[in-house]
Design a protein around this ligand. Sequence first.
Ligand code: IVH
Length: 672
Amino acid sequence: MTHQEAKERIAKLSADLEKYNYHYYILSESLVSDYEFDKMLEELQTLEKDFPDLQLPHSPTQRVGGTVTKDFKTVKHKYPMMSLANTYSEAELREFDERVRKLIGNNFEYVCELKFDGVAIGITYIDGKFAYAVTRGDGVQGDDVSNNVKTIRSIPLKLLPGDYPAEFEIRGEIIMDFKTFEKVNAERVEIGEAPAANPRNFASGTLKLQNSSEVAKRNLNCFLYALHGDGFSFTTHFESLNKAKQWGFKTSEYSALCNDMESVLKFINKWETKREQLGYATDGVVIKVNEYQNQQELGYTAKSPRWAIAYKYKAENASTQLLSVSYQVGRTGAITPVANLQPVVLAGTVVKRASLHNADIIEKLGLYENDFVFVEKGGEIIPKVTGVDLAKRAIDALPIKYITHCPECGTELIRQEGESAHYCPNETGCKPQIVGRIEHFASRKAMNIDGLGSETVELLVENKLVTNIADLYDLKKEDLLALDRFAEKSATNLIEGIQASKNIPFEKVLFAIGIRYVGDTVAKKLALQFNNIENLQAADNNALVATPEIGEKIAISVQQYFAEEKNLSALQRLKNAGLQFQISQEQLALRGDKLKGLIIVATGTLAHYKRDEIKAVIEQSGAKAASGVSSKTSFVIAGTDPGQSKIDKANELKIKIINEEEFMEMLDGKGL
Ligand code: IVH
């Protein structure tokens, strides 16, 4: 394909993908199947790889992420990001209405909108294109999280044609829907991390992730609700929402014009229950004076506009009696206290249990045995205990005493400084920990051993057939047949499944062995960086943190893992059993040979490497890093904003130009 042909094809694919994206995420209708969409996106990605100089900053491929931001730049807001006055009471709402009427008379309208429970964002568009996105921060300045926000598919990178000014800002709320929240939170728990408390916190944490491709996987969404700038053609807030929608933004379909307080209250009452069916968290209704002229007359206090107010729904709560506190032990030994409650109906479901999180929370609540407690369901799915009804406490009641010993194995619990959780240190003798670790080892994303679900693991552990992951490889069919649950076929299947796992690649083995904080992505990075387990074991802190995306916390955890004798002996047994502890020979061979003797030029800003880092990587792989393009150059790695003269020279000499991802694939042995 010629350069010109590629340019035309890229333009066509980009335009089509943008259109399909808009219809899917904004208008909720699909024009093509997911398969067709993915194929086109793939074709575009390949073309952009082959012709990096044709990659445009607003290409639909930006949605998949790939950039890494180490420090988010602080940006001053052009218009301060204020908050809203809020109220929980109808009476105060009526007072607000009276204040407004006193100042602007009776000839005006309100707009009622849902109040989304997410993270505020301000996005600036210049010449109809996404320029940058900034978090609220302290209201005066926030963080530039552009690369992460670009992965949110309902946020347009390019606007549809329209009468917008050359530059303007649009504000809205980034949210994570309940379904995604539950799914991604469960994945977190699986790798031993503390679950996020609610979708808002999760969305907020996601926006601050350094790797935008991780953000892309989190399926964030965004509703936009305010325009700021000069030169708009409309004069009311309601019109602005319609315009924003026409330009390609996702606005809420439920915003409504209201003539008076009665219709405002109707809107509020309707959504109090209806909001439960939305699939995302809302915590109230925002009431705004519609006309800009009126807004201007009403003005602002130091903190918030006088032309708007948020009516917040009280979180649904109920009072019930605490029956007991039980304590769960996780795979890492972390203890979670759980309140067992007299069943009570809350937001339409029967609640019997609520998490108490840790000892500090229990102490803060001042919880006594058999207390009557208030439970609440807010943005989060799991209800929480929010307070104690002291009036109902029995005179002879005693405070809840946090356990000192593990409820499963009796070992004395420990609590490390700075950590909120208590831990059972009896890693090798405490059943839920043993079972949890083996379950994790066998799970789909790890060794993917068929037939080794939680019930089977429990059975094997109870019968002392396995006590750690290495024991699995000593299991014999006869051992299984001795148990009632197993018949010839199921026993054969399990043994075969275990044998087959010996071919599972190193990166998955590294995830499976359960080093704390080493999730599947981190395991992959470590495997590619260190090639084999011996190198990883020998790596010091500097070497570990030099790995892309590996921070201090993971580095320390890796070193602690290798410092423990029992881990080393389990590893030795797994090695003897024949598991993969190095990246495959083909990958290694490719890596060494392919780059040997090559002369490589890097230009532009790269996401994963600084200037001297890329030079070191090139040289470590046996190639030479050159600064100028000549006929001897093997290929050019082009980042963003590459040196135009280098690109021109490379094109002139017909020297291949690749992008960073492609170079990294070469290092992994997949490329060339
Ligand atoms: S308008 C001057 N509209 O709630 C502030 N805000 O508690 C104008 N929020 O800062 C904001 N839904 O982050 C507005 N429909 C909506 C909203 C909304 C959620 C957030 C926003 C705001 C906060 C105030």
